[in-house]
Design a protein around this ligand. Structure first.
Ligand code: MTE
Length: 397
């Protein structure tokens, strides 16, 4: 594609914030310290996790950039950034979460394959751009169509980055046509992140944002959008980002038995404490995030400071100072909530957080029961152990 090119090596990577924790250098995969996530409802761009499968594409000439809309459509078109900007612009605040968030904790049960992530492979941003449903209308596909007149049932997004999993080919993924043509699903072709032009790491000049589903479907550096009859056959749809039961291992795996993961399940994590932090006995604030997929809000966050014997309900908010009410029109339905609770800590406490979404979905108590060989969707109760400052001081004498 003229204008957008994929470097073959990592010599042209963009600058990044020094406090990101780098989980893999090439391709660049990094997350902020967990404590950074709860400093603001909107995650600053430089503190937003970065998940890549190849070198970051680069634009030599934005004027010549075009995204093609093709496949099973009567009249394929190519759109420039000017064409996209002329469409109605929407700002959607949505949490993007990698399916591998909290993978490191899952690999403590049994080894899993994949980049190790702590609890910060997610972020909450305001994405600005055109709705995919408006773009598809330009090629004659109307709102709320789930099968197009030419038999299209899926919308495939293809990038330009070179991924080893695709044998040097580009990253791609698809979503069902019915979601793409539903204006209420808020699927965006985003050119802004937090009010600024989206940067290279996050998909400049144009990326897809599919709110409420795993980040893997929100394709960055968009090259083409194709209407296709069957779901995308790319690696990241067919041989990755699928949820298997604990009985499946690398010897007996049959990828075809599972569907590509879409919605993410209810999730939460404590961000104000690292595991094994040293705290003084007494009152402390326990803060973190909770989020669910599919536009389901958060009904409740329960926190325990005695390993699950007793529970307290946490205060939840999106905009600071305003209590969060799920399904209230002023709440952001695709976004996380932050939670906070004050509690008295006893020596060597195990602190736990678990969330319930508006469909009453709960998180599994233990990670073992959802262990899967790729280490995705670790949504087990989040536990941190704290050590008592006075005891640590004694043991250091
Ligand atoms: N798009 C392209 N072209 N290449 C990628 O490697 N990674 C996907 C998705 N889109 C990816 C991509 C994955 S797995 C995730 S979780 C999100 O982008 C991460 O988006 P971010 O780096 O903007 O946080």
């Amino acid at each position: 594609m003229p204008g957008l090119r994929a470097p073959s090596d990592y010599s042209e990577e963009p600058p990044r914030h020094p406090s990101l924790k780098i989980n893999a250098k090439e391709p660049f995969n990094a997350e902020p310290p967990r404590s950074a996530l709860i400093l603001s409802y909107i995650t600053p761009v430089d503190m937003f996790y970065k998940r890549n499968h190849g070198p970051i594409p680069i634009i030599d000439d934005i004027e010549s950039y075009r995204v093609s809309i093709n496949g099973l459509v009567e009249n394929p078109i190519q759109l420039s950034m000017d064409d996209i900007r002329k469409l109605p612009k929407y700002n959607v605040t949505a949490t993007l979460q990698c399916a591998g968030n909290r993978r490191t904790a899952m690999s403590k049960t049994r080894t899993v394959k994949g980049v190790g992530w702590d609890v910060a492979a997610l972020g909450n941003a305001t994405w600005g751009g055109a709705k995919l449903s408006d773009v598809l209308e330009l090629v004659g596909i109307c709102e709320l169509t789930s099968v197009s007149s030419l038999g299209g049932k899926h919308v495939e997004f293809t990038s330009v980055d070179r991924c080893k999993e695709e044998n040097g080919g580009p990253y791609k993924a698809s979503i069902p046509l019915g979601r793409a043509t539903n204006p209420d699903a808020d699927v965006l072709l985003a050119y802004e992140m937090n009010g600024e032009v989206i940067n290279r790491d996050h998909g400049y000049p144009l990326r897809v944002v599919v709110p409420g589903i795993i980040g893997a479907r929100s394709v960055k550096w968009l090259d083409s959008i194709s209407i296709i009859a069957e779901e995308c056959q790319g690696f990241f749809m067919q041989r990755d980002y699928k949820m298997f039961p604990p009985s499946v291992n690398w010897e007996n795996i049959n990828w075809a038995t599972r569907r590509p993961q879409m919605d993410f399940p209810v999730q939460c994590a404590i961000c104000s404490l690292e595991d094994m932090s040293v705290v003084k006995q007494g009152k402390i604030s326990i803060c973190g995030y909770a989020v669910s997929g599919g536009g389901r809000g958060i009904e409740r966050v329960d926190v325990s400071v005695d390993g699950g014997k007793t529970w307290m309900e946490a205060y939840k908010y999106q905009k600071s100072g305003v209590p969060y009410v799920p399904e209230d029109t002023s709440s952001d339905k695709w976004a996380w909530v932050l939670f906070k609770v004050e509690a008295d800590i006893l020596p060597n406490a195990e602190i736990i957080a678990k969330a319930v979404d508006t469909a009453a979905n709960v998180q599994p108590e233990n990670v073992d029961v959802i262990w899967n060989l790729r280490g995705i969707l670790n949504t087990s109760w989040h536990r941190v152990h704290v050590r008592d400052a006075s005891q640590v001081a004694h043991s250091n004498l």
